[in-house]
Design a protein around this ligand. Structure first.
Ligand SMILES: *Cc1c(COP(=O)(O)O)cnc(C)c1O
Length: 384
């Protein structure tokens, strides 16, 4: 290609034009997403490994080694035993699908207990596999009701799901109690830490009163966590970790057309780009760097809470992590009004609440710009 290749240039122009229509994380105006700007080193690593295929690791042993290191880092973060193993997946959805696939294979059972706060990926699971979802109600603190769960666990129960950082409110189910119960009843416990996996370990270190949620609890069977959310890596990047590596044999098939002759998990061809990106961020930030990111997000969260209270809006509850929910009437009018001013927030219809996620790209300055707009719109629709 040369700069004289007008076709090439016009296609790029078209792409740039389309991209202008997107909201950007860089603007700071996306306040409703659990994704973020990838770390600069993640972007670099991603492009370097664009052509690698981890579905055929014999061709890319170097990339495979990076993948093993990524798993090792996360095993360490989750206090996983040496017998454990992990699988890179595209995100929390695939992590949950794979965990339930595994649990049904291991147990031969088909009933899954989920808290009402569970991510909508479980609806997909119920539609694609022969599993029956049993929703368990929440307590006043929006975590799974243990008493109800204990009554509902049956001989058909394949797995219980606990959430460590819920999508709606960032709440953490009482995983220690869940783990104890599941161990006693010999049930597979999957912990969905897609969002909280890169937050809770650091909140604990900062002295926050958060429950344990990882493999340090012997009843935890699997954990999914997303590096493309609070891990600062590039989309699509998640991991499913399992307590016993040999369990993965149950979701492994023969694949005669790849050089390793077998393949584990859901996907076939998959890029090493996100894996390399995630590795680069782990190495660059280390646990200390992640700690700093979480500290900053919590600072901004607390700052935002103060501002919201100051203008007189009520919260659903005090935030557990960097997720804030404001109880509001006329949600649609407010969300639309904010969008007209360029701010993207999400609503939780079920709770009549507006949800803000204070990701690393959101600074106090952003909040200083956002709050007056929120106040103005709330006044216009008459909720202030
Ligand atoms: C985001 C999220 C998911 C889904 O993850 P994707 O990466 O969007 O597939 C699953 N569970 C929880 C708790 C989440 O927050």
């Amino acid at each position: 290609m040369t700069t004289k290749d007008t076709k090439y240039l016009s296609i790029l122009d078209e792409l740039i034009e389309k991209q202008k229509g997107d909201y950007s994380f860089q603007s700071g105006k996306i306040l409703g997403s659990m994704c973020t700007q990838a770390h600069p080193i993640a972007k670099k690593a991603y492009t370097m490994f664009l052509e690698t295929n981890l579905g055929d690791p014999d061709l890319f042993p170097g990339t495979k080694e990076i993948e093993e290191k990524v798993i090792a880092f996360q095993k360490d973060l989750m206090h996983a035993p040496s017998s454990s193993d992990g699988l890179v997946v595209s995100g929390g959805t695939e992590g949950n699908i794979t965990a339930i696939w595994l649990a049904t294979q291991l147990t031969g059972k088909n009933e899954i207990m989920i808290p009402e706060s569970a991510h909508f990926s479980f609806q997909k699971i119920a539609s694609m596999m022969k599993v029956k979802l049993t929703p368990i109600s929440l307590t006043q603190d929006f975590v799974i009701n243990l008493k109800e769960l204990e009554k509902k666990i049956s001989p058909d129960t394949a797995a219980v799901v606990g959430i460590a950082g819920s999508t709606e409110l960032g709440t953490i189910d009482p995983i220690p109690q869940l783990a104890q119960l599941c161990e006693k009843r010999d049930v597979f416990l999957h912990v969905d830490a897609a969002f909280g996996g890169f937050i809770i370990p650091f909140l604990k270190e900062m002295g926050y009163d958060v429950p344990s949620f990882d493999f340090s609890l012997s009843g935890v069977s699997s954990i999914s966590l997303d590096a493309h959310k609070m891990g600062y890596a590039a989309i699509p990047m998640g991991t499913l970790l399992v307590r016993e590596g040999k369990w993965l044999d149950r979701i492994t098939v023969k694949s005669l057309c790849t050089s390793t002759y077998h393949q584990t998990g859901l996907l076939g061809t998959r890029s090493g780009g996100p894996v390399a990106a995630s590795y680069a961020v782990f190495k660059y930030l280390g646990k200390t760097g992640y700690q700093k990111v979480v500290r900053q997000c919590m600072d901004v969260t607390m700052y935002t809470v103060e501002q919201i209270k100051e203008i007189g809006l009520p919260l659903i509850q005090d935030p557990v992590m960097n997720v804030i929910a404001i109880r509001l009437e006329h949600l649609d009018d407010i969300v639309n009004g904010l969008a007209e001013e360029g701010w993207k927030v999400n609503k939780i219809e079920r709770l009549s609440a507006l949800r803000l996620v204070l990701m690393p790209q959101i600074k106090k300055k952003t909040i200083d710009e956002f709050i007056p707009v929120l106040k103005k719109i709330c006044q216009q629709v008459g909720v202030l």
